[in-house]
Write a protein that binds this ligand. Structure first.
Ligand code: GLN
Length: 389
């Protein structure tokens, strides 16, 4: 043995050179450090229905603890398909067109990896959830950002049309929308269907807030527009709907040929998703009441939070759907959004998410996002602090 081997960790060329830790983790850690009320990262601070927990215990006690089938527990896929048929009016085959995923974030990454080849263009509407662009980058795709209309956050179909080229492999849309809390109408989806007509462009429709749409508005799913459903991956999340974001269980609906390609990646990505939670969710879904009652449940929280904000110097924007509330803080501070969020967490004791985190290159408009999926006492504590600003 002439020389011992050198101790050397190779320098990596980053696959995601622009990316740091997600803003959601950063703000949750900061909130914890300063004992702030955390209205930043979107998750409930209350527990799920004890019945759902009992179903998990029961499934574990029954010995349902080994791998389930790769695409998910059959009963859960059947219940998801039945829900889509009842609410969106489209029949998905539970065997070949429904896949259970480790949350919606994994579902979206997997759909992108399954469809995007290096050099393909993917249209995203900005502002958008912070995982979309890195997902496209990992697949070697080219990110094409189309702004939503400033102020209203409505889709601008002329700009979307102008962004489509023969290289557009995929468009990613999200309604109810994180972070703007707006929703797409049926006419919006129909316009998109016309734009994609005659192309081979696919669609990912991120609908994780599908059961949080307010004021009697319907949730319009891309699944309910046949010309879109034929080219779409519809993504949703049990975590959002049943107050169990940490379980990381979601699903994807897509026509069989698209699902087949999705599953090729899924099986070598996570292979499958934890068994007892899937059985528990399947049994719990026998009763549609929990998701049918969710709009009323969250509308009450939205209104409670809004009434309190109206007694502050923050200017709330209108929330049509999701569990987020945007506020304009320009009467309170001239700081850029990220600095304001740090200041608000440290000095006022309330954590928020800067709107700039949802834009490439940090567009500033004096807005922050607050999450109202919190116990009434938590909202009251946050409001008391926000009203002092
Ligand atoms: N979707 C949630 C949000 O927008 C959190 C997701 C996450 O932390 N990755 O805050």
């Amino acid at each position: 043995m002439p020389h011992p081997p050198t101790i050397h960790t190779p320098t990596l060329k980053s696959r995601l050179p622009q990316v740091g830790t997600t803003i959601f983790s950063v703000m949750s850690a900061l909130a914890q450090q300063h004992g702030a009320v955390n209205l930043g990262q979107g998750f409930p601070d209350f527990d799920c229905d004890p019945t759902l927990l009992a179903h998990v215990h029961q499934a574990m006690a029954e010995g349902l603890n080994q791998y389930p089938p790769m695409p998910g527990v059959p009963l859960l896929r059947q219940r998801v398909a039945a829900k889509a048929a009842a609410l969106a009016g489209r029949t998905y085959d539970a065997d070949s067109e429904v896949t259970i995923t480790a949350g919606a974030t994994q579902a979206i990454l997997t759909a992108v990896l399954a469809t995007v080849h290096p050099g393909d263009e993917v249209v995203v509407l900005e502002p958008c959830f912070d995982s979309y662009a890195p997902n496209i980058e990992l697949a070697g795709g080219r990110i094409v950002r189309v702004p939503l209309t400033p102020g209203s956050f409505r889709p601008d179909f002329e700009r979307i049309a102008a962004a489509l080229t023969p290289r557009t492999r995929l468009v990613i849309v999200n309604s109810p929308h994180n972070p703007s809390a707006t929703v797409w109408t049926r006419a919006d989806f129909e316009q998109l269907a016309h734009l994609l007509d005659g192309t081979d462009t696919l669609l990912i429709s991120d609908e994780v807030y599908e059961h949080m749409v307010f004021d009697g508005l319907p949730h319009v799913s891309a699944a309910s527009v046949p010309a879109l459903a034929a080219r779409a991956f519809i993504v949703s999340s049990f975590g959002k709907t049943y107050h169990v974001t940490g379980w990381k269980v979601g699903y994807v609906l897509a026509p069989a040929p698209l699902s087949a390609e999705f599953r090729k990646v899924h099986q070598f990505n996570v292979f499958t998703v934890n068994t007892p939670m899937q059985h528990a969710l399947a049994r719990y879904m026998a009763d549609p009441a929990p998701y049918l009652q969710l709009p009323g449940f969250y509308q009450r929280k939205r209104d409670l939070f809004l009434a309190g904000l109206q007694r502050s110097r923050l200017r709330p924007l209108h929330t049509q759907g999701s569990y987020f509330q945007l506020v304009d803080y320009s009467a309170v501070s001239a700081l850029p959004e990220a600095d304001f969020c740090h200041w608000l967490t440290r000095e006022a004791g309330v954590a928020a998410i800067p709107m700039s985190a949802f834009y490439d290159g940090g567009y500033e408009q004096g807005l922050v996002r607050l999450c109202f999926a919190k116990r009434d006492e938590t909202l009251a504590a946050a409001l008391e602090r926000l009203q002092r600003l």
